[in-house]
Design a protein around this ligand. Sequence first.
Ligand code: NDP
Length: 489
Amino acid sequence: MKNYQMYINGTWKNASDNATRTLTDPANGEPLATVPEATPADVDEAVAAARNAFDTTAWGSSDNALNRASLMKALATRLRENAARFAELDTRNCGKPLAESEADVADAANCLDYFAGLATKVTGETVPVPMNMQSMVVREPIGVAAQIVPWNYPLLMATWKLAPALAAGCTVVLKPSELTPLSMLELCRLMDEVGIPAGVVNVVTGVGEVAGVALSNHPDIDKIAFTGGTDTGMKIMAAAAKGIKNVTLELGGKNPVVVFADADLDKSAEWIAFAAFANQGEVCSAGSRALVQRSIYDQVIERVAAIAQTIKLGHGLDEGVRMGPVVSQEHYAKVTGYIEKAKAEGCRLVCGGKHPAGEAFANGNFIEPTIFADVSPAHTLFREEVFGPVLSVTPFDTEEEAIQLANDTEYGLAAGVFTENLTRANRVVKCIRAGIVWVNNYHPTFNELPWGGYKKSGIGRELGTYGIEAYLETKQININLDEGQLGWY
Ligand code: NDP
C-alpha cells in the first residue's frame, strides 16, 4: 500500500497534523493507499503558494503564453506515456471499468493539448470610441483559482479545470474528492518532471467539510470552479458570494432521453443503455429518465432490459467488464435507498435492483443495472438524481407531452432525442432547456464544445473556447491621443 503526500509549492507534504485517510478498492474493499487529510492550515499554505506564484512570477503574463503552452503539451505527452498506469489507478480508486478509465486518460491528455493550443490565442480588441482615444480591450488571467472536483471522473474532471486555468495564466489550488485523489497526485509528479513551476499547481487532499470549506471561503482566491452535487454547489456559491468571487458550477442532472415511435429501435436501445449505465450511471449527464412514445413503449423497455442483463459486472480491471462497483459504501446505500423507495412508491421493477449474487461481488459496492417502468412525475425517481445504474421509463403520447415531461425537472444539464425525422429532432432540441442535447446518440463529449447546464445544473461553461473564458478577466484601456488641454475647468 502506497502512502501519498500532498503537493504544495512544488514539494510533497503530510498534513500539518499528520492525519491520513486510508482508501479502499470499491470492488473488493482491499486497502489501496493512504492520503493526507488537509487541515485549514494546509489550505492556507497552498493558497499562499498559488498567490505568490501568481503575484510575483511571470507565469501568468501574456509573453509567457508560449511557454505555458509548451509545458502543457509536455504534460500531455508524459500523461500519454503513462496512460496505462493512470487508467489502472483510476479504476482501482473509483471502480470504473478499465476501458472507461483508458478513455478518460486519453481525453485528459487531449484536453491539455487543446487548451495548450488556446494559450497563445487569448486576444483582445481595439474599439473605436467617440473621442480621440485608442481604446482597447485586453484579457488577463483571473488570478488564483480554487478548483474542487468530484470522484466520478477523478483525472478527467481535474483536467477539465486545470487545463483552461493554466492556459489562461492562472495559478491553482485543487481539491480532489476525498475518495479519489490518487491520479491527480500522480499528475503532480508529471507536472514536476516537465517543469511546471512551484506554486503554480497545488493539490490539497482532504474532506469537503474541512479542506473544501477552507478553500472555497479563502479570501486570497479569485475564483472557484466546482463540479459535484447541487447541494454542495449551493454552499460553494454562498461562499463565493461572501467574497464576491467569480464562480463556475457544474452540478447534477436528471436528464431526459426522449424516444419517438419513428426511432431506429435497435440503435436507440443500445444508446439508451449506454446513456443510463456507462460509468455505473455515476455521471452528471447520465440519461437516467427515458421518455418513450406509447406505441413503442413495451418494445423499448424489452430491448433496453435485454441489453442491461448482458452487461458484465466485476472488478474494473477484469476482462470484458462493462460495469464496476459504485464508488463507496455510503454511495451504495444512497443508490439502493432510491431503488427501495421506487419499489415502495409503486414503480414497476423491470430488471436489476439488487446486489449481484456470487463470491466475486461479496465485498464490493456492486448494483445490478436497474430499470423501473411506469414512472410518473409524481415519483421520486422521476425527480431526484440517483447517480447510479438506475433508469426510469415513462410513456408519452404526443410531441408536446414529451417536451413538457423532458422539461419537468429543476435540472437542465443534458438530454437525448431519438427519431429518424430530423425536422422533428430540430424542433424538439430547441424546446429542451438543457446545455447539451444529443440526437440519435448519447454521451460523446468533445474538448472543443462547451459543457454545462441550465437551471440548477450549474453556472458557466467548461471546455471549448468558453472554457478558457471562465479563467479570464476583461480590462478596458483608453490611451488619450489628444494633445490639447481637457478644458473642463
Ligand atoms: P459533493 O458535491 O459533496 O463533492 C464534490 C466535491 O466537493 C468533493 O471534492 C467534495 O469533497 C467537495 N465538497 C463537499 N462538501 C463541500 C463543502 N461544503 N465545501 C467545499 N467543498 C465541498 O459530492 P458527493 O461526493 O458527496 O456526492 C453527492 C452527490 O452529488 C452524488 O450522489 C451525486 O448526486 C452528486 N454528484 C454530482 C457530480 C457531478 O458530476 N455533477 C459528481 C459527484 C457527485 P469530499 O469528497 O471530500 O466530500
